[in-house]
Design a protein around this ligand. Structure first.
Ligand code: SF4
Ligand code: SF4
Length: 207
């Protein structure tokens, strides 16, 4: 659509009411005069009455359009990309993260920092993992690229903190071990397969 067509498009004018608000004041004196005129014509009180009516309806008529945050919260979409969660393996409770570093490499804000080491069994483990949520733009690339579905976006969106360093630790994002049964699972690579219970005794590679 060209600009001209856009300007002339049919926007259904029958539902619009054109208000005659007069010419806009050009100088400071004209503005002052307009304020005085409107006030003493009672327009100020009309506005106050409209506000008062809305307030009375909200308080006594149950017509409330706001919520009492933080005591009440609006539901968020299941696909909302909020603060990250680090998941555990349901079977063992171990970290699902294998320390591959893909999330750190793909992060376009360069806010993931991690390090790995070998444990006593010469297996690689994550020794340090932080996300600087002051820089994170919640693009979701880290969750998309993770081959183990170890890092996902959870439903927590209140990440205010007095200390920058206080809300970026691996332990804060990790599913608490006593709440493992409440861990939300997502579809995708690394997710628990529907027949995991049948496969669990056979070989770990089967699920
Ligand atoms: S959501 Fe995006 S910006 Fe935030 S840590 Fe993941 S990749 Fe980086
Ligand atoms: S991509 Fe996943 S498995 Fe790899 S280091 Fe990041 S969180 Fe861990």
């Amino acid at each position: 659509m060209s600009l001209e067509q856009f300007k002339n498009r049919n926007i259904g004018t029958q539902n619009y009411v054109a208000l005659d608000v007069g010419k806009p004041p050009k100088s400071g004196l004209c503005q002052f005069k307009q304020v005085v005129k409107r006030t003493f014509k009672g327009e100020l009180f009309v506005g106050l009455w409209v506000t008062m009516k809305a307030m009375l309806k909200a308080l006594f008529g149950g017509d409330m359009h706001t919520i009492q945050y933080p005591f009440e919260k609006l539901p968020i979409s299941p696909r909302y990309r909020a603060i990250h969660d680090m998941l555990r393996l349901l079977e063992s409770g171990n970290y699902r993260c294998i320390g591959c570093g893909l999330c750190e490499k793909i992060c376009i804000s360069n806010c993931i920092s991690m390090d790995t080491r070998y444990d006593e069994n010469q297996r690689k483990e994550v020794s340090e993992y932080t996300i600087n949520f002051g820089r994170c733009i919640f693009c979701g690339y880290c969750a998309e690229v993770c081959p183990e579905l170890a890092i996902v976006h959870g439903p927590r969106y209140e990440n205010a903190s007095e200390q920058r360093a206080g809300y970026s630790l691996f332990e804060d994002m990790l599913t608490p071990i006593d709440k493992l049964n409440l861990q939300q699972e997502y579809d995708g690579f690394g997710a628990v397969s529907p027949n995991a219970d049948e496969n669990i005794k056979k070989t770990p590679l089967a699920y």
